[in-house]
Design a protein around this ligand. Structure first.
Ligand code: NAD
Length: 333
C-alpha cells in the first residue's frame, strides 16, 4: 500500500458555518493530519493559524449569529470570503456553502481564481447544472494552480464513488440507482440543504425555493408531516459517472426521502449498480450505508477524504477540476 505521507498538518478552512460547516469542524477536531484554522459565514470570518476552538466558534455562531463574534479571532464582514482569503494562510477549503442561487459555487470558485490563491477546494455540490458551470472553469482553475474536487459529499460523493468501484464487475452498466434516506431533528439545522431539496419538488425550482421565508418552509413541511419525498432529481452523480466513462447519464437516477422531524433515517441509503458481466449474466451490486450514520457523517467524512487526496494531487502539480467518481478519497488520520 502506498501511503502519501503528509509531513505537517494540512491547514483547513471551512466556508459556510451552518449544519454541515459545524459538523465538519467536529469531524476535524480529533484529526492529527488536518487542523481547522479558518472559517466564514455570511456575516463574518475567523482565522487563527494555530487552530480555532470548535465549541467556542459554534457558541458564537449560535448565540450571536456569526463566527465574526468569536473572540479574539473573529471579524465581522459583509464580504467574509474575500476578506478571509486576503488574510489567511490555508492549504485547502471545504465549501459547505449553500448553492443558492444555482450559480453561487461557480462564483465562489471564480473569486478564488481571481484572488491568486493556490490550493485545494472541495465542494458537496448536488446539481448537475452546477457541476457543468465548474467544468467551464476547468482551464482557469488549472492556470490558477487550484485543484478543485467537486461533488464530494454523500450523493454526489460517497455513493457515486461506490458506484464507480462496483461498476468494475461488469462489461456494461445498465442502471445506477441511488436512493437516500435522511433523518434530521429539525430543518433549521440544515436550511440550505432543505431549501435545495424543496427546489426538486414539482412546482418549485431553485429560485422559488430560495425566495421562501423560513415561515413558508415550515408551513410547507407542516403539510407533509415534515417529509420530503423526492424522485428523478437533477443530481450530478449522473454527469460525474458519465465523465468517468462508466455509463451515460440517462442510466443514473437519484431519489430519496428526507424526514425533517426525526433523526432516524426513513429508509436505508443505498446505491444499486446493475449490469452485464463478461459471461452475459445480469446482476446487481448493492451498497447500503449503515442506518446509524448521519447525513453529516456521510458528507463531511468523504469531503475531507477528498481534500486529502486533492492535497496529494496538488503537491504533484495536478491542478484543475476532478470529481468524486474519478479520484479515490484518502483516509484522514
Ligand atoms: P446551512 O444553511 O445550514 O448553512 C449555510 C452557511 O453558509 C451559513 O453559515 C451561512 O451563513 C453561510 N453563507 C451563506 N452565504 C454566504 C456567503 N455569501 N459567504 C459566506 N458564508 C455564507 O447549509 P447546509 O444545510 O449545511 O448545506 C450546505 C450545502 O451542502 C448545501 O448546498 C447542500 O445542498 C449541500 N449538501 C450536500 C450534500 C451531499 O451529499 N452532496 C448533502 C447535504 C448537503
Amino acid at each position: 500500500m502506498i501511503v502519501d505521507k503528509i509531513s505537517s498538518s494540512i491547514k483547513v478552512g471551512v466556508l459556510g458555518f451552518g449544519g454541515l460547516g459545524q459538523a465538519a469542524t467536529r469531524v476535524l477536531a480529533p484529526k492529527g493530519e488536518m487542523s481547522w484554522v479558518a472559517t466564514a459565514d455570511q456575516k463574518g470570518y475567523a482565522y487563527n493559524t494555530n487552530g480555532l476552538d470548535v465549541d467556542r466558534a459554534i457558541a458564537a455562531y449560535q448565540t450571536k449569529g456569526s463566527v465574526g463574534y468569536l473572540e479574539p479571532y473573529g471579524t465581522l464582514s459583509n464580504q467574509s470570503i474575500a476578506d478571509l482569503l486576503a488574510n489567511a494562510d490555508v492549504d485547502g477549503y471545504f465549501l459547505a456553502l449553500p448553492n443558492l442561487p444555482n450559480t453561487f459555487m461557480a462564483e465562489v470558485a471564480k473569486q478564488f481564481i481571481q484572488s491568486g490563491w493556490q490550493g485545494v477546494l472541495v465542494d458537496a455540490l448536488k446539481r448537475t447544472s452546477a457541476v457543468e458551470q465548474l467544468l467551464e472553469l476547468q482551464t482557469d482553475l488549472k492556470e490558477a494552480g487550484i485543484t478543485y474536487m467537486t461533488g464530494c459529499g454523500a450523493t454526489p460523493g460517497l455513493l457515486t464513488a461506490a458506484a464507480a468501484v462496483a461498476a468494475q464487475s461488469y462489461a456494461e452498466i445498465h442502471s445506477i440507482k441511488i436512493t437516500f434516506g435522511v433523518g434530521i431533528a429539525n430543518w433549521e439545522a440544515y436550511r440550505a440543504t432543505i431549501r435545495e431539496d424543496i427546489a426538486h419538488m414539482p412546482g418549485f425550482d431553485v429560485d422559488t425555493a430560495r425566495a421562501m421565508t423560513d415561515e413558508e418552509v415550515s408551513a410547507l413541511l407542516d403539510k407533509t408531516d415534515g417529509i420530503l419525498a423526492l424522485e428523478n432529481m437533477e443530481h450530478a452523480d449522473d454527469i460525474m459517472l458519465e465523465l468517468a466513462g462508466i455509463c451515460s447519464r440517462d442510466r443514473v437516477t437519484v431519489g430519496g426521502v428526507v424526514d425533517t422531524r426525526n433523526p432516524k433515517k426513513p429508509l436505508s441509503t443505498n446505491v444499486k449498480i446493475t449490469g452485464r458481466t463478461f459471461e452475459g449474466k445480469i446482476s446487481t451490486h448493492t451498497f447500503t450505508l449503515g442506518d446509524e450514520t448521519s447525513m453529516a457523517a456521510n458528507v463531511c467524512g468523504p469531503a475531507f477524504g477528498y481534500l486529502k487526496a486533492g492535497i496529494s494531487l496538488h503537491r504533484r502539480g495536478m491542478y484543475g477540476l476532478f470529481t468524486a467518481a474519478e479520484i479515490m478519497p484518502q483516509f484522514v488520520r
